[in-house]
Design a protein around this ligand. Structure first.
Ligand SMILES: Cc1cc2nc3c(=O)[nH]c(=O)nc-3n(C[C@H](O)[C@H](O)[C@H](O)COP(=O)(O)O)c2cc1C
Length: 419
């Protein structure tokens, strides 16, 4: 098991002995703003790129007396949004070919640098041109470590997995290709994007076609440094955990058929309406609804070395109990157990089902966590399509959950679905 997972477990004792007080007045800014003089292109004037709003835009606003919270199409642990989306565009979208930053709060693309021969392709091990769009996901981890301290290493990966899921769904709305690329020179690219140590590259998505006849070269000079927050306090644990797990070999993920048969209007509406349920009324869901939420996911997960357990609480015509990869392994009413394991959050026990996404992956630890987030995102969107509630649960008692599931796997993520 990677040391960082071992060292960031929650237990009954650890959550009671922690003395970390959160000073909400010192919350770092949760979205990156490049200086005013960078050219900006509003998505409303770029219809063929408007899908970016679905991939990561602001979809709701919560107003409080002294502050407003902006929520996005992507959920995030604690609403801290420790991820940023960059694009390399080599296609005719009515804007210069270049490197861009997606700015959710102004719904625009910010041009960082025009490109010709230069590009990000060489950081992926080939100089052949990628004609189309390459998306890059980075983690400004301090937004999360400010609150969650060392356990932030998990949240930046899970949240970025959700960002991958949201991007996949947005691309599916446009019938655009989506290939997740895990294995690239993230350290060199971060250096050339001027990130310093603040932002960590995690994954990329290719929606492009290769053109071997055009050769690309690395960036000739780094982009200027711009802080992703308004201030930054390093967390040595998170930096080390990232560096210890960043180098791994994994083939690109192309088997993402999840929304191909979903009508575009239905998918779009689910993306825009998606929210985390804050409490269940404990009504059941039907077996058909549960099958719709689960379809294709077990096989997809197994291919990526992930086992999905769930406790079924309120699914019509299905025995209450603990299931592993769709097989009943222990019959019983585990509602209070799942509530307890989810750090005593009612969501865990009052759901129709609570999923436990687990893996014994060591080599591809970062990827396994991002796939867990991506699967969580599928649960969210499919639940939304049915009018069923869903919430990710990143806080749970690690070892007690392992004992309950009788697994050697690490517990990566819990997700509750229900009414
Ligand atoms: C990785 C992850 C972990 C989360 N963990 C919890 C949790 O333990 N308890 C909870 O009530 N909500 C949890 N949430 C839900 C977030 O609080 C929610 O996504 C955030 O407040 C934004 O709201 P929205 O999803 O409605 O847009 C989690 C979400 C994610 C993505």
């Amino acid at each position: 098991m990677p040391l960082c997972h071992q060292l960031t477990k929650h237990s009954y004792m650890s959550v009671r002995s922690g003395s970390h007080m959160i000073d909400w007045d010192s919350q770092p800014r949760n979205h990156k703003i490049y200086p005013h003089f960078y050219p900006r292109y509003k998505l409303e004037s770029l219809p063929s790129l408007a899908f970016l709003e679905l991939a990561g835009g602001i979809t709701a606003k919560k107003e409080f007396p002294n502050t407003v919270y902006y929520l996005r199409s992507v959920p995030s642990a604690g609403g801290l949004f420790p991820f940023e989306l960059y694009l390399q565009i080599r296609a005719d979208y009515g804007i210069p070919k270049g490197l861009y930053h997606f700015e959710p709060h102004s719904a625009s693309l910010v041009l960082l640098r025009e490109i010709g021969r230069e590009g990000v392709e060489p950081y992926f091990g080939s100089n052949a041109s990628q004609e189309g769009i390459i998306f890059l996901i980075s983690a400004p981890y301090f937004r999360s470590s400010w609150k969650y301290r060392d356990r932030a290493i998990r949240y930046i990966l899970l949240d970025s997995g959700h960002q991958l899921g949201a991007l996949q769904a947005a691309l599916a709305c446009e019938n655009m290709a989506c290939e997740i690329v895990w294995d690239f020179d993230k350290i060199a690219l971060a250096k050339d994007f001027g990130f310093g140590e603040e932002e960590l590259f995690l994954a990329a998505v290719f929606s492009s076609k290769i053109d071997e006849s055009k050769e690309r070269i690395p960036l000739k000079s780094p982009l200027p440094y711009v802080s992703a927050c308004d201030y930054y306090i390093p967390n040595e644990f998170v930096k080390k955990a990232y560096n210890d797990t960043v180098h791994y070999h994994a083939k690109p993920t192309r088997d993402l058929p999840f929304f191909q048969n979903t009508p575009k209007e239905i998918l779009e509406s689910a993306i825009i309406k998606r929210r985390s349920i804050r409490g269940f009324s404990q009504k059941s869901i039907s077996a058909e609804e549960f099958s719709f939420i689960m379809q294709d996911i077990t096989l997809f997960a197994l291919k990526h070395n992930i086992d999905i357990f769930y406790t079924a609480h309120l699914i019509d015509d299905r025995a209450r109990g603990l299931y592993k990869n769709e097989e009943l392994i222990s019959e019983g009413d585990f509602r209070s157990k799942s509530r307890y394991l989810a750090l005593e959050q009612n969501l865990g026990g009052q759901s129709a089902a609570t999923f436990y996404i687990t893996s014994n992956e060591v080599e591809c630890y970062q990827k396994a966590n991002m796939i867990a987030g991506l699967i969580g995102h599928l649960f969210y969107l499919r639940s939304e399509i049915l009018g069923v509630g869903c919430s990710g649960i990143g806080a749970y008692y690690d070892d007690e959950a392992k004992t309950f599931l009788q697994t050697q796997n690490n517990i990566l993520y819990l997700v509750a679905v229900g009414r």
